[in-house]
Design a protein around this ligand. Structure first.
Ligand code: SAH
Length: 418
């Protein structure tokens, strides 16, 4: 496969300049291309973008799809007192259970009925992979229609992070990402998104991440941080994702009572949705998957760049900071000889500093190659140079860890293999 555009490299000019000023230790510019699979293209021969999901079916309504007043209304319809909805919510969001046997505060004769109506089975565990040291667990779930999604649970000192999926597949078609290769199947429901957290909390409560601090394990009893960095583009499933976020931060028994700043919404850069997110009144942490500071390269790396350019996406990220006061993250997967050139670090720093100071930090991450990929992660010294350049220009920069490499790290790999 050649690159989607099949055109002479538009990045040749700056890259050539770069090679003449640096030792000839590596090629000037590797162009994005796929190998072993074909990137779907749209009418104009550009990579296909899917904003509408081909499949519209959703799982049956679950308690977590509803606000507390909606749950109470539903119970009234069933001829049940409203306070039963609250009790059921406590079981789900605080005890992480849907097992009628454990709901002794509910009348025995209607317990099964209540559970059946409010808790249709959403996620069935297909596979669970745990790292040797037990600090990372990757789950593969099957949904009601057979779709497969992943979530990853990670224990750190002082926090437990869950990486959640928001769509079955993804329509953004980024050539380096395992999820994008099969395209979008459908949006996940609000409850399917939330159930990933409740299931993870149950696993933690059952000792899945080891004991609490006493034995040197973790010191959080449940998931404290959420990153929307699993399968899917969260802002392409805006309404359901936002409902899920509202339920994450809602106090018990309406929701999980989590802190908004511990929730990170990551996007390829859907500008109108970013601006909408800024107005939501929930100050989640915002992350932009930039991966290139120049449109020439980003057009190929992040196909949605056809619609919203680097500067549009950065303006929207800056606006998010202005409106919410929350510092935003720029994600940057470092890919060998593709986007890791010092001139790109300089250009990135320049574009960020042009907009202001102290509003952003950069999170480079070594590329996690998908199976059969011709793409590789940057050399350690190249990554370091990239980071140092940003820091020299006053941009706080921290290399993100690649958790769970040994368990099919790159998200979407597990589902793809199945
Ligand atoms: N669609 C959203 C969230 C899902 S991906 C987004 O793009 O932001 C979460 C992050 O993982 C994104 O920054 C994405 O670019 C990155 N990513 C995808 N595949 C990767 C890979 N093979 N190696 C490293 N990072 C990858």
């Amino acid at each position: 496969m050649t690159s989607p555009k099949n055109a002479p490299s538009p990045v040749a000019a700056p890259a050539v300049t770069a090679t003449t000023t640096r030792p000839a230790r590596r090629p000037a510019q590797v162009k994005p291309a796929t190998e072993g699979w074909k990137q779907a293209t749209g009418p104009e021969g550009r990579p296909l973008l899917q904003f509408k999901s081909p499949r519209v079916s959703q799982p049956p309504t679950h308690l977590a799809d509803l606000t507390l007043p909606e749950r109470e209304a539903k119970f009234k319809e069933l001829g049940l007192p409203a306070f039963r909805a609250k009790q059921l919510s406590v079981h789900y969001f605080q005890h992480f259970t849907t097992d009628p046997e454990r709901m002794s505060d509910l009348p025995k004769e209607r317990r099964a009925e209540m559970v059946d109506t409010m808790f249709p089975k959403l996620l069935t565990e297909v596979k669970r992979l745990t790292t040797d040291n037990g600090d990372t667990i990757k789950f593969l779930w099957r949904l009601f229609d057979g779709s497969l999604v992943e979530s990853v649970l990670m224990r750190y000192p002082g926090r437990v992070t869950l990486c959640v999926s928001s769509q079955c597949g993804c329509g953004m078609n980024c050539p380096f990402c395992a999820t994008g290769q099969a395209g979008l199947t459908r949006n996940m429901s609000t409850a399917e998104i939330l159930d990933q957290i409740v299931q993870a909390n149950r696993v933690i409560a059952e000792g899945g991440l080891g004991n609490l601090r006493r034995d040197g394990g973790h010191d959080a009893e449940r998931v404290t941080n959420i990153v929307f960095m699993g399968m899917g583009e969260p802002l392409a499933n805006y309404k359901r994702v936002m409902n899920a976020v509202h339920r994450m931060v809602a106090e018990a028994p309406e929701g999980l009572g989590m802190s908004a700043r511990g929730i990170t919404v990551s996007t390829v850069g859907l500008v109108p949705a970013i601006n909408k997110l800024a107005q939501e009144g929930v100050a989640v942490t915002f992350a932009l998957s930039l991966h290139a500071p120049d449109d020439e390269l980003r057009d190929d790396l992040i196909p949605v760049n056809d619609k919203w350019k680097v500067d549009d996406a950065l303006d929207a990220a800056y606006n998010y900071y202005k409106v919410t006061g929350r510092r935003v993250s720029i994600e940057y997967a470092l890919i060998k000889d593709m986007n890791d050139h010092p001139w790109r670090a300089e250009l990135l720093a320049k574009k960020l500093n042009q907009r202001g100071r102290g509003w952003v930090h950069v999170n480079p991450i070594p590329l996690n190659p998908t199976p059969g990929s011709i793409w590789t992660s940057s050399e350690p010294h190249v990554m370091q140079e990239f980071i140092d350049t940003l820091i020299e220009h006053g941009i706080p920069t921290t290399l993100r860890d690649t958790r769970g490499k040994e368990i099919d790290g790159a998200c979407g790999q597990l589902a793809a293999a199945e």
